[in-house]
Design a protein around this ligand. Structure first.
Ligand SMILES: [Mn+2]
Length: 494
């Protein structure tokens, strides 16, 4: 594994003790962590930890360059979501809006107008701004002048003026790029639903935007942003490596934790705790902690059984760190030692997984779809070597390995919607490689494999010549997995 040097790993450690260096003004005067309010989260002058103002600027510039003349982009913040009534979930910004701005407050929107200036566009950011009454309850919002200086907006204005300004701005442009969150832009959506979204998600907006966006001039924004997001910058690669390293170590530590014969829910809690302790903001998805036959359910998330001595435990879990998801699956013996059947099945999947990872380079010229087809062929060969009798009738894909090999990952766990599975992989793509085998207790499969489920999933950065496994901190070789379970790997303290 390539290393980012000691700096990366040092940052992942939890700083112990209270220090006078940590004395900053509390509460913060901004709507999200910024260098001035949260210096402990930043190592340099970034807008969000790990991403500079220049990089955000470059993203917008490249997006606008890719669009025809006379284009305007409208991107809207995610709405606050509620568990029930007024009980809100922890807020997460909309991925594309965040990619383009780094701005983390709800009730905001950005308009990018393509211009002929050297910058290439004009950026107007709409947000709540200062509101002392509201801030008393919800914490500060970032003020307009700080938005202009910190976030690169040419103009920061109240969200209350959004629909009014939008009307006059949109009338100037023939191409309007906009998405309605929660709706696939591939489907034709009515102008009415955009209106509904824009007016209900943004506080205090009742004005009609409907006439402002004639559907004939409307284009989907998501496919345009997806082209940029598919190839990760060096800063993004570094953040994704850090996210995967946090998750990988949490996998290793959870293997050890499982030795005291815990419940699935305790393992899930332990994993999430370790990630949070190391700086992760949230789980990237509901973790799968599946012991024994539960592993045959691909999306098993009830996580409410007890581990038995001879169970394999399949954990598919990853955190989100500074805006980027991670996604790792490991399968290990609850007892700390694989039985011979478990070992055989695990080795078969591992061998396939490693062969496929080796092909994840631009030089190999291979597509995700080709990799998937190869995974089917290779798994069949491996399984037939350990006693399965898989012919041509398709039991492998229909029963034993019913899911796809891979998906792109980044700000979203599944960045698949506009990813072309049939194009050769490009350097800078980050994808998962996750073959699996799940053996139901039916007589056509060898009895000693019944109810065993094995999946091994890594995140792979596609390189020009070679792949880089971002999740290599999670033990994967049999000796390493058993060593982690038995506490033989020299992991540092939490
Ligand atoms: Mn995955």
């Amino acid at each position: 594994m390539q290393s980012f040097g000691n700096g990366t790993l040092r940052r992942l450690r939890v700083t112990g003790g209270l220090s006078s260096r940590n004395l900053v003004t509390k509460p913060s005067g901004y709507g999200q962590p910024l260098q001035a309010s949260h210096p402990h989260l930043f190592t340099r002058k970034d807008i969000t930890p790990g991403i500079t103002a220049e990089e955000y600027e470059e993203r917008r510039k490249r997006l606008m360059e890719s669009l025809p003349d006379n284009s305007v982009v409208v991107s809207v913040a995610a709405p606050i979501k509620y568990m029930s009534k007024n009980i809100f979930y922890k807020y997460r910004q909309a991925s594309d809006f965040w990619y383009l701005t780094g701005f983390e407050e709800p009730n905001s929107a950005v308009v990018l107008e393509k211009t002929s200036s050297s910058k290439g566009y004009r950026m107007t950011l709409f947000s709540s701004g200062k509101d002392s009454e509201k801030e008393k309850w919800d914490g500060a919002n970032t003020g307009f002048s700080d938005i202009e200086t910190s976030f690169g907006a040419d103009n920061a204005v109240p969200i209350s003026s959004f629909s009014g300004q939008l009307k006059s701005i949109l009338s100037l442009y023939s191409n309007v790029y906009v998405d309605v969150p929660g709706e696939s832009p591939r489907r034709t959506s009515t102008t009415k639903s955009i209106l509904k979204y824009l007016t209900t998600s943004i506080r205090g907006e009742k004005d009609s935007v409907i006439e402002a966006i004639p559907s004939s001039r409307r284009q989907a924004l998501a496919p345009e942003v997806a082209k940029l997001r598919a190839v990760k910058s060096e800063a993004e690669q570094s953040l994704m490596h850090q996210a995967a390293t946090i998750s990988g170590r949490a996998h290793a530590k959870t293997m050890r934790f499982a030795s005291s014969r815990q419940s699935e829910s305790a393992l899930a809690a332990h994993f999430e705790y370790i990630c949070a302790l190391n700086g992760a903001q949230r789980p990237a998805y509901v973790p799968v902690v599946a012991s024994g036959g539960n592993a045959l359910i691909i999306h098993y998330t009830s996580n409410n059984h007890l581990l038995a001595q001879n169970d394999l435990v399949l954990i598919d879990a990853g955190c989100e760190y500074n805006g980027y998801a991670s996604d790792i699956t490991r399968t290990f013996p609850a007892s700390g030692v694989f039985t011979s059947a478990q070992r055989d099945l695990y080795s078969a999947v591992l061998s396939v997984q490693k062969q496929l990872i080796n092909l994840c380079s631009e030089a190999a010229g291979i597509s995700m779809q080709e990799l998937h087809r190869m995974s089917v062929t290779l798994l069949k060969q491996e399984l037939n070597q350990i006693g399965f009798r898989l012919g041509l009738e398709g039991d492998l894909e229909r029963v034993l390995y019913p899911h796809y090999l891979s998906h792109p990952i980044g700000i979203d766990l599944h960045e698949s919607t506009y990813f072309d599975r049939n194009s050769p992989l490009k350097a800078g793509n980050v994808i998962t490689i996750e073959p699996g085998v799940y053996v139901p207790p039916t007589p056509n499969f060898p009895k000693h494999f019944h109810n065993l489920g094995v999946r091994i999933e890594d995140e792979v950065l596609v390189g020009h010549e070679h792949p880089l496994v971002l999740s290599s901190s999670a033990p994967k070789e049999i000796a390493d997995v058993e060593g982690a379970c038995q506490g033989l790997l020299g992991f540092e303290a939490y």
